[in-house]
Write a protein that binds this ligand. Structure first.
Ligand SMILES: [Zn+2]
Ligand SMILES: [Zn+2]
Length: 468
């Protein structure tokens, strides 16, 4: 018997503490150590003059793009009014533009400094999460507590009852909450899209020789929430293969961290879920990646960063500071050379609580597919903050298609109220600054079929399988 353990002493608890004295495993200790080193290196990278210049330009470019999503309109506007007028106009109309001018020492302008932000432990939330250890919130004078939350219904409820100041949303959620679908109507906004792509259809390894979705009648699938891109993309995918998602299969709402356990237990045949859980199913050798959602709609939005309209109105400077912190983080997350380090930072228990190798496979796009191949898809997950209103219109068509919304829908009005671009547009009109309507819309292609946001009704009617 060594001096360290005495498993036969009835009067003493059997302590299996780490040598550092804390009550965690050696693996957890090493993961924390690696995370700390990665934070140091990423912080160093974020503090170089080069990154600061890049980040400032990224934020400004994002703002200008939010105002002029179509490059042609932007150029016409600049030619018409000139650069300095344009810059002044943007600063005067876009509340978030004031953040460019907001000097670091001007902290007194913040209406609220102590903030609580909710997140679900998935890679979609990467920018919002990593802003915390990398100090991007505190750099803006904010004291932010990022709070891991058990599921999406809880996120919605905590936003409605104001326990959270801002949150990680599924991008259709602010539309649904604003319209009073599944809750009291409370105006919410999408400030930025967090991530594009980054989801997959993961199937149980039992079905690895049954790859044709036409044979999946009677299957049970997990989705994270009704108002999610996961639900809409899975329904779309199944319907394109001739299956009616309401009558031919069963869809079950399962909180993302529970998806792998449900797949293992055989409660579901597969899921369309967020990462790292697709990759985790492969890591645990219980599932394979049938398809990445990138291959259904390349560039599709998934999660969003947002808050209530009331919060933005009451705390415009705080909101601007938050917006800037999250965009700085997105600028960092977009760069492929930072991805391996980011995986180390967000893998530990207080964030994703996953083996680093799982998160790394997701963020670098070099991954095992569960079918014996190593794939290399650098944009498997990406971080593009632009909240195209046409994306919101597409979500609304799918909510209608599957009966979540009944009756007429004023697509543009809802999209423009919730996806935060247009306040600026209204102000510019008031100031007589030329601005073309319809600029925040673009066409998208989903499974080879074009979606034209100018013709949502015709698009809806074009599907043979639908409820409405
Ligand atoms: Zn330790
Ligand atoms: Zn997501």
């Amino acid at each position: 018997m060594t001096q360290y353990f005495d498993p036969y002493d009835a009067d003493r608890p059997l302590m299996l503490k780490c040598s550092c004295g804390r009550d965690h495993t050696v693996a957890e200790h090493q993961q924390e150590l690696a995370a700390g080193q990665a934070v140091t290196e990423l912080k160093r990278r974020s503090e170089t003059a080069e990154f600061e210049a890049y980040s400032n330009e990224f934020i400004e470019a994002t703002l200008v793009k939010a105002l002029f999503p179509q490059d042609e309109v932007r150029r016409r506007f600049l030619r018409a009014v000139g650069k300095s007028t344009a810059m002044a106009a943007i600063a005067s109309v876009l509340p978030v533009a004031s953040l460019q001018a907001m000097a670091a020492q001007d902290k007194g302008a913040l209406e609220k400094k102590d903030l609580k932000i909710g997140f679900i432990p998935i890679t979609c939330a990467t920018p919002l999460i990593m802003a915390h250890p990398l100090g991007f919130y505190s750099k803006q004078g904010l004291n932010v507590e990022v709070t891991k939350t058990a599921g999406w219904a809880l996120i919605r409820d905590k936003m409605i009852n104001k326990e959270y100041d801002a949150t990680h949303f599924l991008s259709p959620m602010p539309l649904a909450i604003s319209m009073g679908l599944g809750s009291n109507a409370t105006p919410m906004n999408v400030a930025t899209i967090q991530n594009i792509n980054g989801q997959a259809i993961t199937m149980s390894i039992r079905h690895k020789n049954n790859r044709d979705p036409k044979n999946w009648k009677g299957f049970k699938f997990g989705i994270p929430f009704d108002y999610s891109m996961h639900n809409f993309l899975l329904r779309y995918f199944l319907a394109e293969h001739g299956l009616n998602p309401d009558t031919d299969v069963q869809l079950r709402v399962i909180a993302p961290p529970e998806m792998v356990a449900n797949l293992r237990a055989g409660n579901i045949d597969g899921f369309l879920g967020p990462d790292p859980f697709n990759q985790r199913a492969v890591y645990d050798e219980i599932g394979y990646l049938h398809t990445l959602t990138k291959d259904l709609w390349n560039g599709h939005p998934c999660c969003a960063f947002g808050t209530s309209t009331e919060f933005i109105q009451k705390n415009p400077n705080t909101f601007a500071a938050l917006y800037r912190a999250v965009l700085t983080s997105a600028a960092m997350a977009r760069d492929p050379k930072n991805r391996e380090l980011i995986a180390k930072v967000i893998a530990p228990a207080q964030y994703l609580n996953q083996p680093e190798v799982v998160v790394q496979q997701v963020l670098t796009g070099k991954y095992a597919d569960g079918l014996g191949k190593i794939q290399n898809v650098p944009d498997r997950a990406d971080f593009d903050p632009m909240p195209w209103q046409s994306m919101a219109v597409w979500m609304l068509t799918q909510m209608q298609r599957w009966g979540y919304i009944k009756g007429e829908v004023n697509y543009k009005q809802i999209a423009e109220k919730v996806f935060l671009i247009t306040d600026a547009r209204k102000h510019m009109k008031d100031l007589d600054i030329p601005f073309e309507a319809g600029a925040a819309y673009k066409k998208h292609k989903i499974m080879g079929k074009e979606f034209d946001p100018a013709k949502p009704e015709a698009y809806l009617k074009s599907f043979a399988i639908r409820k409405a």
